[in-house]
Ligand binder design. Structure first.
Ligand code: PMP
Length: 396
């Protein structure tokens, strides 16, 4: 018998595909998600790179509970002093280079990118953007305009004018950055595009070209941030500092929030002409900010660089052999490139039936996303990786 909740989901929740995974959730904790029919799943994708500390980390839950007893929404963003927002912003900026000293809190990843694009337009007085093939920046109009896959953009054209797409890691891309370019937006490690890290020399050359042309460089670290790649932010591995850094996903321990971070000088343009030209009602919600502050404190208090490196090491060691072309990525932001889409589908399905949640990335159907919680214990990590390996061997 189909449960009333499933019935309502199928009947009244707007669907995003004909094939939702459809697990009916009872509760979740650590690396596990439990269903109402008594099954337990290992979440090997962290709710798509969100639950880096696992589900319902006790410190995050405690911070939310304490904040619940103080206040919820009290005023639109930017007017009142709310301790969770201020404390989180200060702690975050302490970890960042000096030019990233001011944080604008929003509700989601795509909103962070929207804000960054608007900030770049207003600061530079220009309106053109350079983005990259295979990128993913979100599904609202601005972010979609700089998302590098035509099948997702085409149904919604016309989008923002003046966007040029260039090849990721292609030296020729530098020609697409000129004195009319407000900003270049990119993921230092493309996520939905199939876990593709930028090459260091190329990223350095993009930074240099932005400096020459007076274009801002926006890094979308919505997926790669908060130790997923082995450093707090992926850009640290490149020695390249952006003008604007966009964050979300793992930032708030499972609560919804996004942020774009830039310099005090650049953010000046949001204060006037006219005042209140970029506002949000719920941005930096106190519960999300309290969760983010606790989440970041936990991340800074342990060796998450080592944990991410261990996940990469084990994955590369176990996932080799027939059917496997490559393990790509950094730290715990990995992609398992298989021979073809048929094998990928079977492996994901087989693992799912055995209680392991995997997934693919939006722009690739022959790559399995591996993004376990960073807190995963060695035994569970090894067990999960062997299950994947067995499934590949069985189906290829
Ligand atoms: N940028 C990147 C790199 C992402 O991976 C995502 C989400 N997958 C987004 C932006 C959009 O974030 P959100 O879904 O929170 O709007």
């Amino acid at each position: 018998m189909i449960s009333p909740d499933r019935h309502a989901f199928e009947r009244h929740i707007a669907q995003t595909s004909d094939l939702p995974m459809g697990l009916e959730i009872s509760h979740a904790g650590g690396c596990f998600i439990h269903t109402t029919d008594g099954r337990t799943f290992t979440d090997f994708i962290s709710g798509i790179a969100v639950s880096s500390l696992g589900h319902r980390h006790p410190e995050v839950v405690r911070a939310i509970q304490e904040q619940l007893d103080r206040h919820l929404h009290v005023m639109v963003y930017g007017e009142f002093i709310q301790a969770p927002q201020s404390r989180f912003a200060a702690l975050l900026c302490e970890q960042l280079p000096p030019n990233l000293d001011r944080v604008y809190l929003v509700n989601s990843g795509t909103e962070a990118n929207e804000g960054a694009l608007k900030l770049a337009k207003k600061y530079t007085g220009r309106h053109q953007f350079t983005a990259f093939h295979n990128s993913y920046h979100g599904d609202t109009h601005g972010s979609l305009s700089v998302t590098g896959r035509a099948v997702y953009r085409d149904p919604y054209e016309p989008l923002l004018p003046g966007v040029t797409f260039a090849g990721f890691n292609d030296p020729g891309a530098l020609e697409a950055i000129h004195t009319g370019t407000a900003a270049v937006i990119l993921e230092p490690i493309q996520g939905e595009g199939g876990i593709i890290p930028a090459e260091k020399e190329w990223l350095i050359s993009v930074r240099k070209r932005c400096d020459e042309t007076g274009s801002l460089l926006i890094f979308d670290e919505i997926q790669s941030g908060f130790f997923r790649t082995g450093t707090l932010f992926a850009f640290e591995q490149y020695g390249v500092v952006p003008d604007v850094l966009c964050l979300a996903k793992a930032m708030s321990g499972g609560m919804p929030m996004g942020a774009f971070v830039s310099s005090s000088e650049i953010f000046e343009v949001f204060k006037s002409d006219p005042p209140l030209n970029h506002v949000t009602t719920f941005g930096g919600h106190p519960l999300s900010s309290a969760a983010a502050f606790a989440n970041l404190n936990v991340l800074l208090g342990d060796d998450f660089a080592q944990k991410a490196a261990n996940i990469e090491h084990q994955a590369r060691e176990v996932l080799q052999g027939e059917g496997i072309l490559e393990v790509r990525g950094r730290g715990a932001m990995l992609g398992l490139q298989l021979m073809d889409s048929d094998l990928t589908r079977k492996v994901v399905q087989d693992c799912f039936e055995k209680g392991l949640i995997l997934g693919w990335t939006l722009h690739s159907n022959s790559l399995i996303r591996l993004a376990p919680p960073l807190i995963i214990e060695n035994d569970l990590l090894a067990k999960s990786l062997h299950l994947i390996k067995q499934a590949v061997t069985l189906h290829c």
